[in-house]
Ligand binder design. Structure first.
Ligand SMILES: Nc1ncnc2c1ncn2[C@@H]1O[C@H](COP(=O)(O)OP(=O)(O)OP(=O)(O)O)[C@@H](O)[C@H]1O
Ligand SMILES: [Mg+2]
Length: 257
């Protein structure tokens, strides 16, 4: 048995009187593609916000590769190897695709300025390495030809691909994707899922993704975690989760509510 890359234990987060996340507990296996599902309002995005440090939990612990991260700031958590995308895509529309990629690249403090102002050799070398990495990722995501295009001119699906390519500049160990397929045409969406499978296979990157399309979840995830009303109500293989009466109830309850 491998150690989990992520362990969430007893995590709660309330907004006013609403417990958006309620004593949630789950683990994510290193090297897995794990889906996080649940009806609208189940607390999935809030869970991602808490894991990535955008908001702090009211209680509970979160461990990333054995380190406690629940009191850490987002940039610290990012540096420890966790990257995320947002339910509403965030790219810099007024910047070229390549610049979107380069801006994601972590630098030593002052290195960027030194590179620009002094044309230092180290600055140039790191710029060169970042461009090479960005070019490689844009090729993987089929965006190489769009490198000089403004991100705002890309289709919604291409922007999603760019957002995922961009966070991979950080060389994360764990990637959280919040509805990566939403608003993406099916062929681009499946290409994105193929890239995810490839990155997992070749680089051992772990993915935790929120998805509403059950066919995608069932065919692409090794494991599924189900949330409803802030709590984790089921967790297991796609087949096990699909036939779990609590999961069926949660979805039917959501539809009739
Ligand atoms: N900043 C906030 N302030 C107040 N309430 C919030 C806030 N963020 C989320 N909520 C509430 O918390 C609950 C969980 O929301 P969340 O966005 O985490 O659900 P979700 O599972 O991601 O849903 P969806 O599938 O629709 O994206 C909802 O009732 C939502 O209205
Ligand atoms: Mg959400």
């Amino acid at each position: 048995m491998t150690a989990p890359i992520l362990a969430v234990d007893g995590v709660s987060k309330s907004f006013g009187g609403l417990r958006a996340v309620d004593a949630a507990r789950f683990t994510v296996d290193a090297g897995s593609v794990t889906a996080l599902i649940g009806p609208n309002g189940a607390g999935k995005t809030t869970m991602f916000d808490v894991i990535s440090g955008m908001t702090s939990p009211d209680e509970g612990t979160i461990m990333l590769e054995g380190r406690r991260i629940d009191a850490c700031k987002p940039h610290t958590i990012a540096r420890l190897g966790l990257a995320r995308t947002f339910q509403l895509t965030r790219v810099f529309a007024g910047m070229q695709v390549m610049d979107n990629m380069l801006l994601a690249n972590p630098r030593q403090p002052g290195e960027h300025l030194a590179g620009l102002l002094l044309h230092s050799r180290r600055g140039r070398e790191s710029e060169h390495a970042a461009r090479a990495k960005a070019t490689e990722l844009l090729e993987v995501f089929g965006l190489a030809a769009k490198s000089a295009e403004y991100a705002g001119n890309l289709s919604g699906g291409q922007r999603k691909l760019l957002e995922v390519a961009r966070i991979l500049m950080l060389e994360p160990r764990l990637v959280l994707l919040d509805e990566p397929m939403a608003g993406v045409n099916p062929s681009l969406g499946h290409r994105l899922l193929d890239h995810i499978a490839q990155l997992r296979r070749e680089k051992g990157i772990t993915f935790l993704f929120v998805e509403h399309d059950m066919d995608v979840v069932m065919t692409r995830a090794d494991r599924v975690i189900v949330m409803a009303q802030g709590s984790v109500i089921a967790d297991g293989t796609p087949d096990k989760v699909r036939s779990d009466p609590r999961v069926i109830d949660a979805y039917l309850g959501g539809i009739s509510a």
